[in-house]
Design a protein around this ligand. Structure first.
Ligand SMILES: NC(=O)c1ccc[n+]([C@@H]2O[C@H](COP(=O)([O-])OP(=O)(O)OC[C@H]3O[C@@H](n4cnc5c(N)ncnc54)[C@H](OP(=O)(O)O)[C@@H]3O)[C@@H](O)[C@H]2O)c1
Length: 427
C-alpha cells in the first residue's frame, strides 16, 4: 500500500509547491482551513517555492485573512526551484504528498513529477493541459508503479467536477449508464469576474502545440474504447442548447481527455461498462457569441506564430475581452462567482439487457460550486489530498500516473466535496 504516514525523515503530509503563485496562495489558505481534517486531526504541512521572501509573505497573508496568527511560526518554508533538481529532490523527500501549483505544466511540470517519483512522494497537480497530463502517463506510469507513488493530474476545477461528476451520475443511475453529456455554465456577481494570467499562458501554449497531442496519443497504441448502447451524438461546433438556454460550444479544456482516460482505466482494470462522454460549455446570448467569434478568430491566427504568442501573452485582457488578466480576480469578484455542470445521462434501467435495443433510461445530475479557479480548485485539490491520506485502502493497489476518477472512484471524495461547497445532486 502507498505510504501515507509522516516520519522523522518525511515530516510533512503536504508540501504546497508554488505557494507564492496566484493559485498557490489560495491553496495555502485552504490547507490552513482544513488542518483539523488531517490524520489524527493534525495535518503537518509546509510551503515551498523559489523565493523565501515571497513564501513568507504568503504565510503572513494567510495568517491575516484567516485570523490565525500561529501560522507565522508554525508553517515551515522550503526553498526549491524547478531548475535545480537537488532542491526538488530535497523537497520531495520531506513530503508524503506534493501539491504542485507551478505552471504552465508543459514547461515546469515534468521535473517535479520526476523528483516525486524518484523520491517516493505522491504528487497532485492542477494542470488542465492534456499534453502534459498524457505525456506524464506515457513516461512515468511504470516508474511510479514500481515506487508505489500516485501521480494524479488535473485535481482542480480541471477536471475533478467533470470526472467525478460522470462517476457520480453512473453511481446514481439504477441500471447501466452508457453515455453522458455535460453542459458547463458560469455565474458572476455585479463586479464580474476574470481568470489569472497563469491559466491564459497555459492555454496559449497548449493551443499552439495542439498537433503534438495527436502524435503523443498514437504512442499509447490504445485500442478504441468499446461502447455500449447508442453512439453518443456528435454535436456541431456551435449550437443553441434548449436545456441550458444558451449558445453552446464543445468544452476546450482537459475534461474530455481526463474522463476518457478514467473510463479506459475502469474498463481495463475493473471490467466496468464504459460511459461515453461529450463536454459542452454555455457561452450565453448573441452578444457573447459575437465576442467569442471575434476573439476566437484572432486567437487562432496569432497562436500559430511566435510573434503572435508573444502578443497574446503580453496583453491577456485585450485579447480575451477582459476574461483573463495579469492581476487575476479580486476576492469580491470571487465571492460573486460560481459554476454549474449539468449532466444528462442515458442508459439501460435495471432488468434491461444493455446488448439489446436502445437505451431507455435517463438521469440528470448537477455539480455546482463556487468560483472555479481559486475557490473550487483549492477545495478540490486539498480534499483529493486528504482522501489519499485518509482512505489508502480505497485507492488503486498499484502506484502509477492516474486521473482523479481512476484513483477516487471507490473513495468518499464526492461526500467530502459536498461538505466543502462543491455539491453533487440528482435532479
Ligand atoms: N485546474 C484548474 O482549474 C486551475 C485553476 C487555477 C490554476 N491552474 C493552473 O495552475 C498553474 C498556476 O497558475 P497561476 O495563475 O497560479 O500562475 P502564477 O501566479 O504565475 O504562479 C506560478 C507559480 O510557479 C512558480 N514558479 C515559476 N517558475 C518556477 C521555478 N522555476 N521554480 C519554482 N517555482 C516556479 C512561481 O513562483 P514565483 O512566485 O517565485 O514566481 C509561482 O509560485 C497554471 O498552469 C494554471 O493553468 C489550474
Amino acid at each position: 500500500m502507498a505510504c501515507v504516514e509522516t516520519s522523522s525523515s518525511r515530516p510533512y503530509h503536504l508540501v504546497i509547491f508554488g505557494a507564492s503563485g496566484f493559485t498557490g496562495q489560495f491553496v495555502v489558505e485552504e490547507v490552513a482551513r482544513t488542518v483539523s481534517e488531517g490524520p489524527k486531526g493534525n495535518l503537518k504541512w509546509a510551503v515551498a517555492g523559489r523565493s523565501k521572501q515571497k513564501l513568507e509573505k504568503v504565510v503572513e497573508q494567510a495568517a491575516g485573512v484567516l485570523g490565525k496568527p500561529e501560522l507565522r511560526t508554525e508553517v515551515d518554508i522550503i526553498v526549491a526551484d524547478v531548475a535545480d533538481p537537488d532542491s526538488l529532490a530535497a523537497m520531495c523527500k520531506q513530503a508524503v504528498i506534493v501539491l504542485n501549483c507551478v505552471g504552465p505544466y508543459r514547461f515546469y511540470g515534468e521535473p517535479v513529477v520526476k523528483a516525486c517519483v524518484e523520491n517516493g512522494a505522491h504528487q497532485l497537480d492542477i494542470s488542465g493541459e492534456p499534453q502534459f497530463l498524457e505525456g506524464m502517463q506515457l513516461n512515468y506510469d511504470s516508474q511510479a508503479a514500481d515506487k508505489g507513488v500516485y501521480i494524479i493530474g488535473s485535481c482542480g476545477f480541471d477536471s475533478i467536477p467533470a470526472d467525478m461528476g460522470v462517476i457520480y451520475t453512473r453511481d446514481q443511475f439504477k441500471g447501466t449508464l452508457t453515455a453522458v453529456e455535460s453542459y458547463l455554465t458560469f455565474g458572476s456577481g455585479p463586479e464580474g469576474t476574470c481568470i489569472h494570467d497563469g491559466t491564459w499562458q497555459s492555454a496559449v501554449y497548449g493551443f499552439a502545440d495542439s498537433q503534438k497531442l495527436q502524435s503523443l496519443r498514437r504512442k499509447f497504441n490504445h485500442k478504441p474504447l468499446p461502447f455500449v448502447g447508442s453512439r453518443i451524438k456528435r454535436r456541431g461546433t456551435l449550437f443553441f442548447s434548449n436545456d441550458i438556454q444558451q449558445y453552446t460550444v464543445p468544452f476546450m479544456g482537459s475534461d474530455p481527455s481526463v474522463v476518457k482516460r478514467t473510463q479506459r482505466f475502469l474498463v481495463e482494470e475493473h471490467k466496468e461498462t464504459p460511459v461515453q462522454y461529450g463536454a459542452y460549455a454555455g457561452i450565453g446570448g448573441v452578444g457573447n457569441l459575437i465576442k467569442l467569434m471575434f476573439t476566437g478568430m484572432i486567437f487562432w491566427f496569432l497562436v500559430k506564430f511566435s510573434f503572435g504568442r508573444n502578443l497574446l501573452i503580453k496583453h491577456p485582457e485585450l485579447f480575451s475581452f477582459g476574461l483573463f488578466s495579469k492581476a487575476g480576480p479580486t476576492r469580491k469578484q470571487m465571492e460573486g462567482s460560481s459554476f454549474q455542470f449539468a449532466f444528462y445521462g442515458e442508459g439501460y434501467t435495471e432488468g434491461e439487457d444493455p446488448s439489446q435495443g436502445k437505451p431507455s433510461g435517463k438521469i440528470r445530475t448537477l455539480v455546482q460550486g463556487p468560483e472555479c479557479g481559486y475557490v473550487a480548485t483549492p477545495i478540490a485539490m486539498v480534499q483529493a489530498a486528504l482522501t489519499i491520506l485518509s482512505e489508502p485502502s480505497a485507492l488503486p493497489k498499484r502506484g502509477g500516473v492516474y486521473t482523479p476518477g481512476a484513483v477516487f472512484a471507490k473513495t468518499t471524495l464526492v461526500d467530502r466535496l459536498n461538505k466543502h461547497g462543491i455539491q453533487f445532486s440528482v435532479l
